[in-house]
Write a protein that binds this ligand. Structure first.
Ligand SMILES: [Cu+2]
Length: 128
């Protein structure tokens, strides 16, 4: 029955294509996206927390990752990323007193799959 054999071959080929695309998509999906953060995006806080923690879905290369604090006037401060801590999180101290207003954490991380991702976490410190 040549027709059935052909269908079986097509099914086998389809399975092989799926397996190959899965093999390609697997590692690529490991680039880092934010899972949780402190402060959370869009938070409105009475006072800024003493440190930033941004947790990702993937291990990071901390030495090749960056974290900036950007004020409403667009002035940028590079925050010192702690090394040797949680392999999937960025932590850095925040300046002791942040003036009331809008702030933005701009992160850029290198994941272990070699891909760089970046994003902003805006938050507001409320006036007393
Ligand atoms: Cu990736």
């Amino acid at each position: 029955m040549p027709r059935r054999l052909s269908l079986a071959r097509r099914a086998l080929l389809a399975a092989l294509v799926l397996a190959l695309s899965g093999a390609v998509a697997g590692p690529a999906s490991a680039h880092a996206i934010v899972v949780t953060s402190e402060p959370t995006a869009g938070a409105s806080l009475a006072a800024a927390p003493p440190q930033v923690t941004i947790r990702f879905n993937s291990r990071l290369d901390h030495a090749r990752s960056r974290l900036l604090l950007i004020g409403a006037d667009n002035a940028q401060t590079t925050l010192p990323i702690a090394e040797g801590g949680d392999p999937v999180a960025l932590t850095a101290p925040l300046p002791a007193t942040l003036a009331p207003g809008e702030w933005r954490l701009r992160w850029q991380v290198l994941a272990i799959d070699g891909h760089i991702t970046r994003g902003d976490i805006p938050f507001t410190v409320k006036a007393p």
